[in-house]
Design a protein around this ligand. Structure first.
Ligand SMILES: Cc1cc2nc3c(=O)[nH]c(=O)nc-3n(C[C@H](O)[C@H](O)[C@H](O)COP(=O)(O)OP(=O)(O)OC[C@H]3O[C@@H](n4cnc5c(N)ncnc54)[C@H](O)[C@@H]3O)c2cc1C
Length: 233
């Protein structure tokens, strides 16, 4: 990928949940990125240029406008800006695309995409890519969230898989409300039925959650299973 510095203007900010927003940025020039990529964003805060990494959550078919999906870190420096101030119209500097865990490295025809929390953003971009690949025999997506209203892009994932025999999506929530039919717990509680032999496994979200899940999969000793782990700190 051709890494470059470029600028853009925030043209929309959508609330996905109480703690997650989708930021839409129109780019000054087009960028070619491979799903799974992230960019570095530079924003001036109190006279200091703050740099943070964000995975691209939009489709790679669209290269003049990208989206980033961000989770509020209440005591953080950058993300609270999006909750405290109208950011639409702000110009931002970026650098990228960057990243090693991109779909071009995923060669198997059996794909698992596991998203913890805001990791659902980049998984959406990756799912969009594989959904259009005719050679994929099995595409399985599980999202893990703290609560039911924190399941990001639920409608998008569910609609993608409505009529697909080889594709499966499910959502797991650690705290469910009484009477809910949604699965309760963590992603790793619901993987026993899966066959990880000859598969590519992509995992994205908080680093600890990613590592715990991958350890659980590894403990089943699958053959020819490749791991792509995008852990956020
Ligand atoms: C490759 C990559 C991709 C990423 N993609 C995404 C993405 O798609 N979406 C997303 O939401 N995030 C993503 N992240 C995380 C993102 O880059 C930021 O780290 C996150 O948004 C927090 O930024 P912030 O400025 O709000 O918080 P920060 O200021 O970075 O603070 C984060 C937390 O650390 C604490 N902290 C800060 N400094 C200290 C200190 N000195 N000692 C102890 N604690 C401290 C803060 O209190 C806060 O709780 C990604 C990270 C990487 C590396």
């Amino acid at each position: 990928m051709n890494i470059k510095k470029f600028t853009g203007k925030i043209n929309n900010v959508v609330d996905l949940s109480k703690t997650a927003k989708e930021i839409s940025i129109s780019l000054s020039e087009h960028i070619d990125f491979i799903p799974g990529s992230f960019i570095n964003v530079f924003i001036d805060i109190n006279g200091e240029k703050v740099r943070r990494a964000y995975s691209i959550s939009s489709s790679s078919m669209e290269n003049k406008n990208i989206t980033l999906t961000i989770r509020l870190s209440p005591t953080g420096l950058l993300t609270p800006l999006f909750w405290n101030k109208d950011m639409i119209g702000e110009n931002i500097e970026m650098m990228g695309p960057l990243g090693l865990n991109t779909v071009d490295k995923m060669k198997q025809d059996k794909i698992y995409l596991f998203a913890f929390g805001v990791g659902a953003g980049v998984v959406k971009s990756i799912a969009d890519h594989f959904f259009n690949q005719k050679n994929i025999k099995s595409l399985i997506i599980l999202t893990g969230s703290k609560s039911e209203d924190e399941i990001l892009y639920k409608d998008y994932f569910n609609s993608l898989f409505l009529d697909s025999e080889n594709m499966f999506v499910d959502h797991i929530v650690s705290r469910i409300r009484e009477g809910s039919s949604i699965k309760r717990g963590y992603i790793q509680d619901y993987i026993n039925e899966f066959d990880f032999n000859n598969s590519d496994v992509y995992v994205c979200g908080q680093e600890k959650a990613c590592n715990d899940l991958v350890e659980k999969i590894k403990s089943t000793n699958p053959n020819d299973c490749n791991y792509f782990i995008e852990g956020f700190h």
